[in-house]
Design a protein around this ligand. Structure first.
Ligand SMILES: Nc1ncnc2c1ncn2[C@@H]1O[C@H](COP(=O)(O)OP(=O)(O)O)[C@@H](O)[C@H]1O
Ligand SMILES: Nc1ccn([C@@H]2O[C@H](COP(=O)(O)OP(=O)(O)O)[C@@H](O)[C@H]2O)c(=O)n1
Length: 226
């Protein structure tokens, strides 16, 4: 479903036209254009490692749109969608929802945002998520921010989170840790092999974690000038 758009490009004094391939894919009844040209950063890390907390800081400082796969799935349950019960059962068990469902929600949110810079938080969660997302959207993340934190600290944080989440109980937390180790870490290793992982010590206080995050997002020339 590829198409070609003609994009005028100013080169020296002459205006030339280049043919630029643009990916078009169908999402429900909508046509989604050129998602392959967006700038995507992935946030990975265990449950409770502080991804959502730091996303709020990054959005405020760097103008990204935050897309939390978990939040999108929870909103889908609330909306009364036909997939709602299936999603709810998977989340209660700490299991990973089929990629097709999550990718549609991410695509829709990207399209509706009007932005071209995205923080994708909590996705891809397994190899199926990663491969399906890349196949459908043709998006390669610029880099992956990996939040490194001990299970002990993550469990403590989740049990204090108080957001009324059905999966924030000891039994489900343990299942989520297991899924993280077995399914999500291999995705981080995949990106590591491509030199795309930026590891952050997420066990530190929020402000210190954000200092480390900022250093990753700040261009090298700005760091040198500071
Ligand atoms: N660096 C930190 N130190 C202590 N508590 C934190 C830190 N970062 C986040 N938290 C708290 O821990 C809980 C989990 O953080 P959250 O951002 O929801 O994690 P995640 O999105 O990775 O599941 C929240 O209650 C949050 O306020
Ligand atoms: N890509 C994703 C992300 C989340 N989820 C589901 O949503 C749950 C909560 O994810 P989340 O990212 O909001 O939770 P935390 O890891 O931030 O605590 C996961 O345990 C999965 O059941 C999923 O199925 N697929």
């Amino acid at each position: 479903m590829g198409t070609v758009v003609e994009t005028p490009v100013k080169e020296a004094d002459a205006t030339v036209t280049v043919k630029k391939p643009t990916v078009v894919f169908v999402l429900g009844k909508h046509f989604v254009l050129a998602l392959s040209s967006v700038f995507v950063v992935i946030l990975s890390g265990g449950p409770g490692s502080g991804k959502g907390t730091q996303c709020a800081n990054i959005v405020e400082h760097f103008g990204y749109t935050h897309l939390s796969a978990g939040d999108l799935l929870r909103a889908e349950i609330k909306s009364g969608s036909e997939n709602g019960t299936m999603i709810q059962n998977m989340i209660k068990e700490g299991k990973i929802v089929p990629s097709e469902v999550t990718i549609k929600l991410l695509q829709k949110a990207m399209e509706e945002s009007g932005n071209d810079k995205f923080l994708i938080d909590g996705f891809p969660r397994n190899e199926e998520n990663r491969a399906a997302f890349e196949a459908v959207t043709k998006i390669e993340p610029e880099f992956v921010l990996f939040f490194d934190c001990s299970e002990e600290e993550m469990e403590r944080r989740i049990l204090n989170r108080n957001q009324g989440r059905e999966d924030d109980n000891v039994e489900t937390i343990r299942k989520r840790f297991k899924v993280f180790l077995e399914s999500s870490l291999p995705v981080v290793q995949y990106y590591e092999a491509k030199g795309k992982v930026r590891k952050i010590d997420a066990a530190k206080p929020v402000a210190e974690v954000f200092d480390a995050v900022k250093a990753v997002f700040t261009p090298k020339d700005e760091k040198a000038a500071a």
